[in-house]
Design a protein around this ligand. Structure first.
Ligand code: ADP
Ligand code: K
Ligand code: ZN
Length: 440
């Protein structure tokens, strides 16, 4: 099991009032610093805003939102608050939705980033004597390099395997005995599949802990990955615009991710009204970077939907916590008026014996425009052992899946069972939706 050690006890177990005082002080300094960004300065001038107006955390609500479109409009460096000469690294968002955006880091930002990754890695059991296989992409994507320097900070050994080439990942595992695997949850499944294909029992691999993030996954998928690989799987969250991984991560309790809220203020808002949702309700996470130097952002709209909760955690950390991400508001499909997140399909599938977590959602609107209905098809890979010539058995399985989808998402779907290994495998973030409707 994961050890109870804390990377930065002073910061991570700080009393609530002390942390709040620190947040207000940092927020005031931030407002002063971002006044050099034309986008923010214009707003401050219109609203007569300045650091002197920030007296409590409620004053956060006076500040403007920043969206991905704002970043695009001021591409590439309109939000830079330091001279270009002080930029030490540039990453990009992976462009899950639309054109990529760039993010700049100073030397100080990079040191902070490594430290924040060290916090969640240690919370999830990483120790200096461990060896870690990083199967995240290295490149503009923040996952690989972010985690890499976090591991280095902890003092563990790194195998920078990078994403892809599953066969080689397995060879590395067999030869070097890493205890820890880092990648996207979908790639963890791909690795388990790859092992079975080579006749290797994935449960016999040396990995004991997994740190997964970069894409939404469900609690059921966690159980699935844990069973398949015989590991303990930890969730961590972040996004490149804000810093990358390191915004939050789970401790040994695995009951919500601890937000590094001495560095990030996280609000949970109704995406339509932009008012705070009641505590514990799902809403869009909106993040203010308190201490970023190169490209600090005010109230960045992540589009990620999650819940926030306060209250003590048995691990001793005092931060605000967040639930797993149920989806991105821009991944949400509206099908015949009903909201559907891909994660709901995943949840349904993992509850039906004989299926796998490999699926593809297709949406179409056949027929004449204006007089047609959305059609949802879910393609599901079934397990080899489940595959049968008996039509009635296959029909029963389809019905079971459709029922479970209906129970979880309130929507009727056509289910197609496909052969094992016939759907695409992912080495990074999975792509699970094909929307063929007009205008999508
Ligand atoms: P892109 O927006 O192009 O995917 P990033 O690589 O910065 O760029 O990815 C950040 C996004 O990945 C987050 O906004 C979130 O949607 C998703 N993400 C990251 N970690 C997690 C996680 N643990 N659970 C769910 N989603 C996650
Ligand atoms: K990870
Ligand atoms: Zn905890």
């Amino acid at each position: 099991t994961a050890s109870a050690s804390i990377w930065d006890p002073v910061a991570e177990t700080q009393a609530a009032e002390q942390r709040q005082a620190l947040q207000i002080e940092r927020l005031r300094a931030l407002v002063e610093r971002v006044a050099t960004v034309p986008f923010y300065r214009a707003y401050f001038e219109r609203q007569d805003l300045g650091p002197q107006r920030i007296r409590s955390l409620d004053d956060l609500r006076r500040l403007p939102f920043t969206t991905k479109d704002d970043l695009r409009r001021h591409h590439p460096f309109g939000f830079l608050t330091v001279p270009r000469a002080e930029v030490a690294r540039i990453h990009g968002s992976s462009g899950t939705t639309g054109t990529p955006t760039f993010v700049a880091y100073t030397k100080g930002d990079l040191a902070l980033w490594a430290d924040l990754c060290a916090r969640f890695l240690v919370a999830g059991g990483l120790q200096p004597q461990h060896t870690v296989q990083v199967a995240f992409g290295y490149g503009l994507f923040t996952g690989g390099f972010g985690l890499h320097y976090g591991i280095e900070r902890v003092g563990a050994a790194i195998i920078p395997a990078a994403a892809g080439n599953t066969r080689r990942q397995l060879t590395i595992m067999r030869d070097l005995d890493p205890e820890v695997l880092i990648c996207t949850p979908s790639y963890a499944l791909t690795i388990a599949d790859g092992a079975r294909e080579l006749g290797i029992d994935p449960r016999g691999l040396p990995i004991r802990f997994g740190h997964f993030g970069g894409e939404p996954w469900t609690e059921d998928l966690r159980l699935e990955i844990e069973q398949q690989l015989d590991i303990q799987a930890f969730n961590n969250y972040g996004l490149s615009e804000v810093i990358g991984p390191g915004v939050s991560g789970e401790c040994a309790e695995r009951n919500g991710m601890h937000i590094q809220d001495d560095h990030f203020l996280v609000e949970c808002l109704d995406p339509d009204t932009l008012e705070p949702v009641p505590e514990g309700e799902p809403g869009e996470l909106v993040i203010t970077t308190l201490t970023r130097e190169a490209m600090p952002l005010l109230r960045y709209r992540t589009r990620d939907i999650a819940r926030l909760y306060r209250g003590p955690c048995p691990c001793g950390r005092t931060s605000l916590r967040m639930s797993r991400i149920s989806g991105r508001s821009d991944d949400m499909l509206i099908i015949r008026g009903v909201n559907l997140f891909p994660s709901q399909i995943e949840e349904a599938l993992l509850r039906v014996e004989g299926t796998t977590a490999h699926y593809l959602i297709e949406v179409e609107r056949p027929g004449t425009p204006g007089r047609s209905m959305d059609e949802l098809t879910v393609k599901v890979e079934i397990q080899r052992e489940t595959f049968s010539d008996r039509m009635d058995r296959m029909q029963a399985l389809r019905d079971r899946i459709a029922q479970e989808i209906h129970a979880i998402a309130g929507i009727r779907a056509k289910v197609e069972l496909v052969e094992p290994r016939s759907l695409e495998r992912f080495v990074g973030k999975a792509k699970r939706v094909i929307d063929r409707r007009e205008g999508s």
